[in-house]
Design a binder for this molecule. Structure first.
Ligand code: UZR
Ligand code: MG
Length: 224
């Protein structure tokens, strides 16, 4: 078991390419990385029936069990394993089975609101926001939900207009200000390659330097 040395958050709107970016930047890290989908921390909604669960606003911060996620990240950072919940989109609920997650060198938290919670942000070494145009995102969302998940088009459009879009504007887009790096157009190859190299250096233990978050403006100012 390892004590994680590098925690990355990847946020961005639905269909932005977060999952793709998180897979690509960690593709050579093998067992040294753990990817945590924020979706797995949707609240347990077993007390509601299916119809009620369909009405839940899954794009609002209140849909997530932040406390559990904080506990789990803290435990992983201390080198302890956690029992991570699993989420089933078909039934809009948590699965009964949890999976054991062991701490690894690199941890990636990925999801629409991955940069929303202050305490969780404070645990991250690198915060990324994947920024992709809204038209591209909705087209991808339609492809995924209608073609791959068998939902009907009307429902996807209604959900987009009633919750996905307004919540994006209210909570997701503003969380961009917590990002260290903004990646345009999802899985762009230059950004992905830069990040891959950085992560490889972290895992191999020969990262050039680590830094503290903040503005470096003053550093330059002194030398002027
Ligand atoms: P990504 N979501 C569902 O559609 N059903 C659920 O049971 C849980 C979540 C959607 C959620 C959000 N919202 O837009 C999206 N809605 O999953 C986030 N409405 O996932 O980042 O992969 O797009
Ligand atoms: Mg995704």
């Amino acid at each position: 078991m390892a004590i994680p040395s590098f925690v990355i958050g990847i946020a961005g709107g639905t269909g932005a390419g977060k999952t793709t970016v998180s897979r690509l930047v960690t593709r050579d890290l093998g067992d040294s990385v753990t990817r945590i989908p924020l979706d797995n921390y949707y609240e347990d909604l077993s007390h509601l029936d299916f119809e009620e669960r369909q009405e839940v606003n899954y794009d609002h911060p209140s849909a997530f069990e932040w406390e559990l996620l904080r506990e789990h990240l803290e435990a992983l950072l201390e080198g302890q394993s956690v029992e991570m919940p699993q989420y089933d989109f078909e039934i809009h609920n948590r699965e009964d089975e949890r999976v054991t997650v062991e701490p690894t060198d690199v941890i990636v938290l990925e999801g629409i609101l991955a940069l929303y919670d202050e305490e969780i942000n404070a645990m991250m070494d690198l915060r990324l926001f994947v920024e992709t145009d809204a038209d591209v995102r909705i087209l991808r969302r339609i492809r995924r939900d209608v073609i791959e998940r068998g939902r009907d088009l009307e429902g996807v459009i209604d959900q987009y207009l009633s919750t996905v879009k307004p919540m994006h504007e209210q909570f997701i887009e503003p969380s961009k200000k917590h990002a260290d790096v903004i990646i345009p157009e999802g899985a762009n190859s230059v950004a992905v390659n830069l990040l891959e190299e950085k992560l490889r250096a972290e895992v191999e233990g020969d990262a050039v330097r680590s830094w503290e978050r903040g503005s470096l403006e003053a550093e330059l100012g002194e030398k002027r």
